[in-house]
Ligand binder design. Structure first.
Ligand SMILES: Nc1nc2c(ncn2[C@@H]2O[C@H](COP(=O)(O)OP(=O)(O)O)[C@@H](O)[C@H]2O)c(=O)[nH]1
Ligand SMILES: [Mg+2]
Length: 242
């Protein structure tokens, strides 16, 4: 633990902070073993772990994506929530193969939950498996679920300061989706500022601004997905040839 208790007088606007040690890190090693087993089991499927705070628009986006790509890709969804089957029902309502993972109050999905869930859903023929994680910008970032890519949504209503406050989520994501762009005229949120902060945390992160409600950026998102599925299939074929 380190402390920074500089007085406000000597340190500009600093108020002092405590940097706490993380004593749970070694527990995550067990999760990593399971995640690698999932990666082995799902080597023919492109797996995308979708993260965000609650209410950023994950389920709405999955529903729309499933409808738009119905003729291009075979999509399945595992969706995690502390309680209820509501989101899986929303997916099934639009014809998407889906299973709810009820975490029983846990604030994230762990790899062993995915392994359990895979015994209860038929994903034969699936090209693209979405894992909609529990709404939380913090805990899910520590758990590898055997995914190929991690995508984090950040809604314009949440404030543009989140990448620096919750850096691990953005550090471990390949793509940030700035969601609810239709609300930009009404909220203090700068896409430029959030992109700059996210890239200071993770220089490689891609950024797409979307509104599922107004169909903005959705084509770019779907193109990104199709490219990732294609890349996964190609790399799989190359491994088979070797
Ligand atoms: N304004 C706006 N609202 C949206 C958009 N996408 C989703 N919502 C709304 O945001 C709320 C939360 O959406 P939901 O998909 O359940 O979020 P989740 O908790 O991240 O899965 C719902 O009331 C949606 O109708 C969008 O693009 N624009
Ligand atoms: Mg949801």
């Amino acid at each position: 633990m380190s402390t920074n208790t500089s007085s406000p007088k000597s340190a500009g606007n600093r108020v002092g902070s405590v940097q706490c040690d993380n004593t749970t890190l070694h527990l995550l090693k067990a999760n990593d073993y399971v995640a690698n087993a999932i990666r082995e089991r799902l080597k023919d499927v492109c797996v995308i772990n979708v993260c965000s705070s609650p209410g950023s628009g994950k389920t709405t986006l999955m529903q729309e994506t499933g409808k738009l790509l119905a003729n291009d890709l075979n999509i399945s969804v595992l969706v995690g929530d502390p309680e209820t089957e509501r989101d899986a029902i929303r997916m099934r309502d639009v014809g998407i193969n889906a299973l709810q993972i009820v975490t029983g109050g846990m604030c994230h999905i762990e790899a062993q939950m995915i392994l359990q869930a895979l015994d209860h859903i038929d994903i034969t023929g699936t090209d693209l498996l979405f894992i909609e994680n529990v709404g939380n910008l913090l805990c899910p970032s520590a758990f590898d679920l055997g995914e190929d890519y991690r995508v984090t949504l950040l809604a314009t209503t949440e404030g543009d300061d989140k990448p620096k406050k919750y850096p691990r989520m953005f550090l471990t994501s390949e793509l940030m989706l700035v969601s609810k762009s239709d609300l930009l005229p009404y909220v203090p949120f700068s896409v430029d500022a959030v992109t700059k902060d996210a890239r200071e945390v993770n220089p490689n992160i891609e950024v797409i601004t979307i509104s599922t409600l107004k169909n903005e950026g959705i084509e770019e998102w779907c193109t990104w997905l199709k490219e990732k599925v294609k890349q996964k299939k190609e790399s799989r074929l190359q491994t088979e040839v070797k």
